[in-house]
Design a protein around this ligand. Structure first.
Ligand code: ADP
Ligand code: MG
Length: 253
């Protein structure tokens, strides 16, 4: 077994009476693709929100690369090397693709916008860095040639790639993808799978939430199954697809 890059232990969060994620213990092996699956409302996006610091857990711990990151804020988590995409990416259609990635990157890595407003020397240096970082990210997702087009001119698939580039701009070690293939046709889905494989070949560790079973089964090294906030199974795609508890969770939902 490869070392795990991320480990969560007894992780949980309550929203009032609702235990959206409950006592989840799981690890993400370095250099692998782990799929998080489960019926709607199972807690998959909430799980990502916990790992990425958007939500503070009400119980449990999160360790990343040996460091306890349980209480870190979003931009601190990003700076440690965890980036995410969202189920719906906000694309600024009037901006260029490059500007969109730069802004998406800044919004998630800066604690405030004061620097941007004050136009300090540090701000100008950051601007140059973020321009270079955004271009590198666009190259990784195959959009370098479209960098100066209005983002609104891209296809649905192109806009999804912009969302991935926004996450890659912070140069993460772990990338969390929330339903990356949603709204994609079969050909686009195959292209996305190839992109994810390339990113992993380049050293990235990936966790993804996805409903498309062709993608999950064809891409994931391991699968974690959530149901009503709890982990009900974990294993290879073959193991999980034969697990009676998993079949039951999907049929019963
Ligand atoms: P999934 O991504 O697996 O479809 P979610 O993680 O989005 O599910 O949601 C899990 C449960 O937590 C749902 O019942 C949802 O309504 C609830 N939930 C998620 N976020 C919040 C929130 N901020 N406040 C209250 N309830 C929430
Ligand atoms: Mg979700």
């Amino acid at each position: 077994m490869p070392d795990s890059l991320l480990e969560v232990q007894d992780l949980g969060i309550r929203f009032g009476g609702l235990h959206a994620v409950r006592d989840v213990t799981a690890s993400l092996p370095a250099g692998q693709i782990t799929a998080i699956i489960g019926p709607n409302g199972a807690g998959k996006s909430t799980f990502f929100n916990l790992i990425s610091g958007f939500y503070q857990p009400t119980s449990g711990r999160i360790r990343f690369a040996g460091e306890d990151i349980t209480r870190l804020k979003t931009h601190e988590v990003v700076s440690r090397g965890i980036a995410r995409t969202f189920q719906t990416t906000t694309i600024y259609k009037e901006l260029t693709v490059l500007e969109g990635v730069m802004i998406g990157h800044r919004v998630r890595t800066r604690a405030g916008l004061f620097d941007a407003l004050l136009r300090t020397g540090r701000e100008r240096r950051d601007q140059a860095e973020s321009h270079a970082g955004a271009m590198r990210a666009l190259e990784r997702v195959g959009l370098a040639a479209q960098a100066h087009l209005p983002a609104g001119a891209l296809t649905q698939e192109g806009q999804k790639r912009v969302g991935i580039a926004m996450a890659l701009a912070s140069d993460p070690r772990l990338l969390l993808l929330d339903e990356p293939a949603a709204g994609m046709n079969p050909e686009e889905t195959v292209n996305l799978m190839a992109l994810i494989r390339e990113l992993v070949a380049g050293g990235l560790t990936v966790a993804l939430v996805e409903h498309k079973m062709s993608l999950v089964m064809g891409l994931a090294d391991g699968i974690v199954v959530l149901h009503h906030g709890q982990k009900i199974a974990q294993g290879t795609p073959q193991q999980v697809s034969r697990d009676p508890a998993v079949v039951e969770a999907y049929l019963g939902s």
